[in-house]
Ligand binder design. Structure first.
Ligand code: C2E
Ligand code: MG
Ligand code: MG
Ligand code: MG
Length: 282
């Protein structure tokens, strides 16, 4: 009986393992084609001033509408895209699409809000990145002052090659923020050397900020240090009113999360912005 059970478990495990690597192989092998055939699209999560509930921006988040696998979240393909190098062309498409969309919203009178785009270190390291960004800005006519790049550091990047790139991007007027701050390699000693504007504090610090004194203290410390070195702080993963209260108490005024809105399709965002009267407030 026990033997039988463990044998079955083993087989189930084996099958799942096989499926995982099969899915990974399919993803890896169809990404390039998917990019060429316009299977990727963006969703936009609103960012708010949590003090007065004004919309301050959106974060563009990529999704993949796969012909066989259905909608695939970025967690399943971004790191693969980074490994294969496809993130450079996928990322270029994401920046162009975000700028086009931002310009369209501005032209429609939706107001001047920031469009934040996630950018991988791999993209910053590609030799003509800044030139490509300039080209996209010229092509789309989007105001670089309304563009923000959110950097994630899952891999410790070579600072000496990244710093000049960040400086040039900031000279163009683009905001730079460090995503998922407090996780991975984004320590304060690392940040000290980076020409950036904003720390985006990771959702794991927000999760229990309302009922955990330690989290509260850590968050306040981050805000204090950010203030001292002239950086702004934004919170991600706000899921409840109690988070908002704790964040305001901790000195943070900008944030995003399911409490305000999940990431929205372009049309959903337009409905959201029209129905909530953000247009007229500008
Ligand atoms: P991220 O940049 O830290 O984005 C935040 C993630 O948290 C998003 O997941 C968002 O949908 C989710 N989220 C937003 N509010 C809440 C909340 O209140 N609670 C919880 N639990 N989650 C919330 P998503 O869209 O699946 O993206 C995951 C990660 O994939 C992103 O994390 C980012 O690192 C990466 N990513 C997404 N789009 C892009 C992209 O266009 N380029 C690159 N390079 N990476 C991307
Ligand atoms: Mg982000
Ligand atoms: Mg983040
Ligand atoms: Mg995060």
């Amino acid at each position: 009986e026990v033997k039988q059970k463990s044998k079955n478990n083993y087989m189930i495990f084996d099958k799942q393992f096989e499926n995982v690597s099969l899915e990974r192989r399919i993803i890896e092998n169809t990404m390039r084609k998917g990019l060429k055939e316009h299977q990727f699209f963006l969703e936009y999560q609103p960012k708010f001033n949590i003090q007065n509930n004004q919309l301050v921006g959106v974060e563009a988040l990529v999704r993949w509408n796969h012909p066989d696998l259905g909608e695939i979240p970025p967690a399943k393909f971004i790191s693969l895209a980074e490994e294969t190098g496809l993130i450079v062309s996928l990322g270029e498409w994401i920046i162009r699409e975000s700028c086009k969309q931002g310009k369209e919203w501005q032209d429609k009178g939706f107001g001047s809000f920031i469009v934040a785009v996630n950018v991988s270190m791999r993209q910053l390291e590609s030799p003509d990145f800044v030139q490509k960004v300039e080209q996209i800005l010229n092509e789309t006519g989007f105001d670089p002052k309304l563009l923000e790049f959110e950097l994630t550091e899952s891999v410790l990047a070579d600072l000496s090659s990244i710093i000049p790139v960040l400086k040039r991007l900031r000279e163009l007027g683009i905001h730079i923020s460090v995503d998922d701050f407090g996780t991975g390699y984004s320590s304060l000693s690392y940040i000290k050397h980076l020409p950036v504007d904003t720390l985006k504090v990771d959702a794991s610090f927000i999760k229990d900020i309302h009922n955990n004194e330690e989290s509260k203290a850590i968050f306040k410390a981050i805000v204090n240090i950010a203030d001292t070195i002239g950086l702004k702080v934004i919170a991600e993963g706000i899921e409840m009113e109690a988070h908002v209260d704790a964040l305001l108490n901790g000195g943070c005024t900008i944030g995003q999360g399911f409490f305000y809105s999940r990431p929205l399709k372009k049309e959903e965002f337009e409905e959201f912005i029209q129905s909530s009267g953000f247009m007229s407030s500008k």
